[in-house]
Ligand binder design. Structure first.
Ligand SMILES: [Zn+2]
Length: 107
């Protein structure tokens, strides 16, 4: 992957990070009726609806985490290489999911 390529993916990932952060906030707002991102993860008596929002939140946070990892790999210069076999991840895969860590063969 060239420097220009990694710059391109970095921009895509930063945008994805912003989108996911916003979606997580929206889910928290919608699920709890009480704005603010905060220590609301450990709610004991969740209603069913906020339970769904909670599951959605976990999925979004998981993806956000993967995006942040990908940004770290760009900094480290290892972005675009499969974590399992070390081969380059195809640009088709990266275009569909820029946070991908495995090539098609290893997925
Ligand atoms: Zn692989």
């Amino acid at each position: 992957m060239t420097h220009d390529d990694s710059k391109k993916y970095e921009a895509i990932l930063l945008e994805l990070q912003a989108t996911l952060s916003k979606e997580i906030k929206d889910v928290i707002r919608g699920g709890n009726d009480m704005g603010e991102i905060g220590n609301r993860d450990e709610e004991a008596d969740e209603t069913e609806e906020s339970g769904i929002a909670h599951a959605e939140q976990i999925a979004l946070k998981g993806r956000l985490h993967a995006v942040l990892d990908a940004l770290e790999r760009i900094k480290a210069g290892t972005y675009g290489a499969c974590l399992k076999c070390g081969n380059a991840i195809s640009t088709d895969v990266l275009a569909a999911a820029p946070e991908s860590v495995y090539c098609v063969a290893c997925k």
